[in-house]
Design a protein around this ligand. Structure first.
Ligand SMILES: *Cc1c(COP(=O)(O)O)cnc(C)c1O
Length: 359
């Protein structure tokens, strides 16, 4: 498919862009362009691929995404390399996961190569928005929503795929900090047979009340337990978990359909095995978490995802009280895995897995 280029009528000046990316934070400094591709069942599928100015998208008030939330997204980053080039980390895994999410939400799949081409084109077009700060990256947000104007309940026949980019500073201002997390006891994120494994906005909508409760309790993030027994630890609102134990084993909850299959999670599974640790994907209960933290059997708990890479969990709080993991500080394995992943992404460590795609 050919991408039509729509010239930007008034691109951001160099001075304004440089000011904006000097300290971009996360999620608010957007680049000048976006990619859009439309889908219409009647027109034979995907058509009208464009790169053009980033601008509001006109939506009919009956567009089904506004009523029934047929929507999916991805989150990925482009990193600067020392030679001035750019690279992405396992972008094909994002393309595959995007289509897995599409299938669960009864949406059309986007050919993987088209997804990758759209992302590459967006990044190349706005490469100069890369912040020149340590740990800076371009955060890429591909997404798709049902645009058909129709109030009946069925999968839409029209969709829009969009790629936007924001300039992103280091997630860890002032260094890596252990997070304090709140155990949600009244709310669940996902149930067996539900949409927990799809990257869809509705899962995030469901997490907002418990996340607000976590903040109110003085915590940074919420951790969800399974919906059936309220016993098994699943994941945070947007990060997967690993439990590093004294006996050389590491446990991460298995992918049973209620957990988002993180690409960072998948990478860590391989990297931890390469460290000689015994990695097991098996259920881990909230009671086991507390007991092993208190006995000292649990050395570290790691939270991981594209945005924050690897973050140590310091303290876990619930209505039953709190417990601390290790010293409550930053564990060795968290630091080691974080440095390895960041090193790979920035091209400072040899990439034997073929995970890094140069642009
Ligand atoms: C995106 C996401 C993750 C992390 O996935 P990565 O591919 O590692 O960024 C974890 N949990 C949820 C709920 C997510 O949406």
């Amino acid at each position: 498919m050919q991408f039509e280029t729509i010239p930007h009528p008034a691109p951001t000046s160099d001075a304004a862009r440089e000011a904006a990316v000097a300290d971009p934070g996360f999620g608010t400094v957007f680049t000048d362009h976006m990619v859009t591709i439309d889908y219409d069942e009647e027109k034979g599928g995907w058509h009208s691929a464009q790169i053009g100015p980033r601008q509001p998208i006109p939506l009919d008030p009956a567009s089904s995404v506004l009523h029934y939330a047929q929507e999916i997204f991805e989150g990925m980053k482009a990193f600067p390399h020392a030679d001035g080039g750019l690279a992405m980390f396992r972008p094909r895994a994002n393309a595959e996961r995007f289509n897995a999410s599409a299938r669960r939400m009864a949406m059309p799949e986007l050919p993987e190569d088209l997804f990758l081409e759209a992302v590459r084109l967006a990044v190349k077009t706005d490469a100069k928005w890369m912040p020149n700060v340590d740990g800076g990256s371009l955060y890429i947000r591909p997404f798709m929503f049902a645009s058909e104007a129709f109030l009946g309940v069925r999968p839409a026949t029209q969709y829009k795929f969009v790629v936007i980019i924001c300039s992103s500073g280091s997630y860890f201002k002032g260094g890596v900090n252990p997070v304090k997390i709140w155990v949600s006891q009244n709310h669940v994120r996902a149930a067996i047979g539900g949409t927990g494994a799809a990257k869809t906005g509705g899962n995030y909508a469901a997490s907002l009340v418990p996340q607000a409760e976590a903040i109110e309790k003085g915590c940074d993030q919420v951790v969800f337990l399974d919906a059936a027994e309220h016993k098994w630890v699943e994941e945070l609102g947007g990060m997967n978990l690993f439990f590093v134990r004294r006996d050389g084993s590491v446990i991460t909850p298995p992918l049973t359909g209620t957990i988002l299959p993180g690409i960072t999670r998948d990478s860590l599974i391989e990297m931890l095995r390469e460290e000689g640790l015994t990695l097991r994907e098996e259920p881990y209960s909230i009671d086991q978490w507390r007991e092993e933290a208190e006995s000292g059997e649990l050395l570290e708990t790691l939270a991981c995802g594209t945005a924050a890479v690897v973050t140590p969990v310091g303290t876990v709080a619930s209505p039953d009280g709190e417990f601390t993991i290790g010293t409550g500080g930053i564990g060795q394995m968290a630091m080691k895995m974080r440095e390895k992943l960041v090193g790979l992404q920035h091209g400072r460590i040899a990439d034997k897995h073929d995970w890094v795609m140069r642009l």
